[in-house]
Design a binder for this molecule. Sequence first.
Ligand code: FES
Length: 132
Amino acid sequence: MAKNDFVEVAKASEIPDGRMKHFEVDGKEVLVANIGGKFSAISDRCGHMNALLSMGNLTGTTVTCPFHGSNFDVVTGKKLTEPILTPPQGMEPLPQSWQKVFESMGQLMAHKTYDQTIYETRIDGDRLKIKV
Ligand code: FES
């Protein structure tokens, strides 16, 4: 395969509007989202701690990381919010011993993530293609 080729990954009809799917293309893990019939592709590994973003939630063009809730725009790849390392509000308070563990983990873990790489997509008939 030449370096700048588009690679067919699926039928476009396999990803309904408002849904996303994980693909592996030439060793790269890619999230493809269908937003109103337009397909966008970004790196599927969160820049924070490597979670698969395609396992998170998609709302409009925003994907939320399933691990610590960072938000990214699936069209631009831009980070919209940083990770959240504290338990969400409304959760039962953790036992004291667990709180200490989480505090020390929070000090070890980075509270930042980064923009995601974006990839070009192309539709030929019903064939969805990606260039990585
Ligand atoms: S792994 Fe994605 S926000 Fe932590």
